[in-house]
Design a binder for this molecule. Structure first.
Ligand SMILES: Nc1ncnc2c1ncn2[C@@H]1O[C@H](COP(=O)(O)OP(=O)(O)O)[C@@H](O)[C@H]1O
Ligand SMILES: [Mg+2]
Length: 275
């Protein structure tokens, strides 16, 4: 690869029985160190994209490469799931053991780590998230923000190369949201964050793609994309208030002059993958 590409989807087709042509040739790439926001109105296909990336759904057609290999056979998918950490849209779907400790231990044990090694990983992961005191707590009794951090701990305990976070800010109060922003900044690495919370995306991502009805309609630096008012409105989104407050909205509505169609101001169309 000419760049440090970790994941490439090319010309991917996928649909559900009730929504046959949701993705009709989507192109998507993630490079090492990307902090990538995936924004789009409800139903635009963010979660479906993530389910494909983590191997829960298989594309009907197209090329899927990850970590230097084509993802086709069951061992490829095993490798994919081992290397991609996934934070589910609903944390309750991710926490199914009685205690926090058991939930976080589940992944490492499943990977064949010893009990001692697992215990060490559980303690370190919880400590890194400021959750050491929660090891013996009952998962379902935690607050929404605490559940989100424990769910994040279960993903991090697998020591993934890429972290996919599906609506990580949803349902969190402002303080929990700020805590999560701080934790994600500390964790770093390669993250892909789906959200319709534009402030959260602005606080966590360096690059943003916009999805609408199963298409990627823009791709570029966070502020160039989120600050393009006509692009955002056209696709059912809004410019984050913080950008508006800084007076950094691109309000010119001339067709194609902002990142709306990906031809200007530092953004690139999805097909222009490598620079
Ligand atoms: N399991 C499913 N079966 C049928 N249609 C689905 C299923 N999951 C999602 N869809 C449809 O696919 C489209 C994209 O959904 P989704 O990927 O969940 O979008 P988002 O995460 O952006 O809200 C929507 O029209 C949704 O109704
Ligand atoms: Mg979703």
């Amino acid at each position: 690869m000419p760049d440090n590409g970790l994941i490439q989807l090319e010309d991917i087709h996928f649909g559900y029985p009730q929504r046959r042509h949701l993705f009709a040739g989507i192109n998507f790439h993630v490079s090492g160190g990307d902090l990538l926001g995936v924004v789009g109105a409800n139903g635009s296909g963010k979660t479906t994209l993530f389910r494909i990336l983590v191997g829960l759904l298989r594309p009907h057609r197209g090329m899927f490469n990850a970590f230097g290999r084509a993802i086709q056979s069951p061992p490829d998918y095993d490798e994919l799931r081992r290397r991609i950490g996934f934070l589910f849209q609903d944390s309750e779907d991710q926490l199914f053991c009685p205690t926090v400790k058991e939930d976080v231990a589940f992944g490492p044990l499943n990977l064949g780590k010893s009990k001692t090694e697992t215990l060490r990983i559980v303690e370190e992961t919880l400590a890194s998230l400021g959750m050491s005191g929660f090891a013996d707590r009952i998962s379902y009794e935690l607050s929404g923000g605490e559940k989100r951090l424990v769910a994040l701990a279960t993903a991090l305990a697998m020591q993934p190369d890429v972290l996919l976070l599906d609506e990580p800010a949803s349902g969190l109060d402002p303080r929990s949201k700020r805590d999560l922003v701080e934790q994600l900044a500390r964790i770093g690495g390669t993250q892909v964050i789906a959200s319709h919370d534009m402030e959260f995306v602005r606080a966590t991502c360096r690059r943003v793609i916009v999805m609408d009805a199963g298409k990627i309609v823009a791709d570029g630096p966070t502020d160039a994309v989120l600050g393009d008012e006509s692009l955002m409105l056209h696709h059912g989104l809004e410019v984050p208030h913080s950008l508006a407050a800084e007076g950094r909205i691109a309000t010119d509505h001339h067709h194609g002059s902002g990142p709306s169609h990906g031809h200007g101001h530092g953004t690139s169309h999805e097909r222009q993958e490598h620079t």
